[in-house]
Write a protein that binds this ligand. Sequence first.
Ligand SMILES: NC(=O)c1ccc[n+]([C@@H]2O[C@H](COP(=O)([O-])OP(=O)(O)OC[C@H]3O[C@@H](n4cnc5c(N)ncnc54)[C@H](OP(=O)(O)O)[C@@H]3O)[C@@H](O)[C@H]2O)c1
Length: 331
Amino acid sequence: MLVTGASGFIGSNLVRHLVRRGHQVTAMVRSTSNLAALAGITDLRFAVADLESGDSLAAALDGVGTVIHLAGVPNARQTGDYWRGNVDATRRLCQAIAARAKAPRIVLCSSLAAAGPSRPGCPRDESDAVRPVSQYGRSKLAAEQVVRGYADRIQAVVLRPPMVYGPGDRVVMPTFLPMARRGVCVKAGLGRREYSIIHVFDLCAALLAAIDQGTTLSRDDMRGGAYFVSDGHTYAIEDLCAALSRAVGRSRVRTIPVPRTVVRAGGLLAQLIAPASGSPSIVNPDKVREFCQSAWTCRTTRARDELAFTPRYDLADGLAQAMTWYRDQKA
Ligand SMILES: NC(=O)c1ccc[n+]([C@@H]2O[C@H](COP(=O)([O-])OP(=O)(O)OC[C@H]3O[C@@H](n4cnc5c(N)ncnc54)[C@H](OP(=O)(O)O)[C@@H]3O)[C@@H](O)[C@H]2O)c1
């Protein structure tokens, strides 16, 4: 199995998950990748390749039966970076796979953002029309379409996780934990805000199940071959914040609604000062557009029925697990 994006948050967790279960895994990394998250994993092979340039990609696919494609750009300063990192990179990977005498099967880790937001009380399912609202979401949807375009040559399954958290997460916990420690939680606007969420260990199990049991994409059925996965619950933002506060030992949390115009202005400001920090800010106009939606929720009926996917972690258990990891890192 080849895992692209192996040095990232989900990739490093997936590689551990697969190796523990006895799979022979090749971690695809770049020459510049930070490999700290993969330290200590025995029996792991590495392939150094770049999906944007295509360098060494053909060699990375030698002897590979399955590709789990996680490499991508969740956060970028420029729209073009989403396109290069999510769409062009996926196209290059598909071209290289399709060129093999026996094309490996591929599981693409897309995102709920590719399908778009839902409405409070009305989680999305795979038959709903897609409506991405961010550049990130549009690029993930375009990546799905690239893979679907190869349906006659490559067997492919798409997973669309919502927010993912757990050991090594660089966005969800680092964003919300500091607020939870202060006993406050910010939400955009006055209305109800609802979220689906998944612990990274459950996502790893779903990715593995998709390899063997997923229905593959076809050109005729535009809504088949894709699966939403989550822990099966819908959380109001207040629930998320309360769970995080409990996880850091606080008994009370106050939710502060911030007018959307102020949130948007904050996104613009963060974008303007981000170049000084050298890396894209996780607060930027694109993420703010996502943050201002009323609901990011999905049903997991199809994954349960077709992949036999049963999540092990609800939010309380998942956060307890993740907090243990965070504490160990600090110790
Ligand atoms: N985290 C979430 O909440 C979430 C939710 C839904 C979907 N997803 C999707 O899940 C996937 C993994 O997300 P993540 O949170 O693990 O992201 P991450 O921690 O930022 O990792 C991204 C990975 O992609 C690699 N990569 C980027 N551009 C590449 C290129 N040109 N060639 C080769 N590798 C490249 C990175 O390598 P370097 O280490 O070299 O930079 C890194 O290993 C992404 O496709 C994302 O869209 C994430």
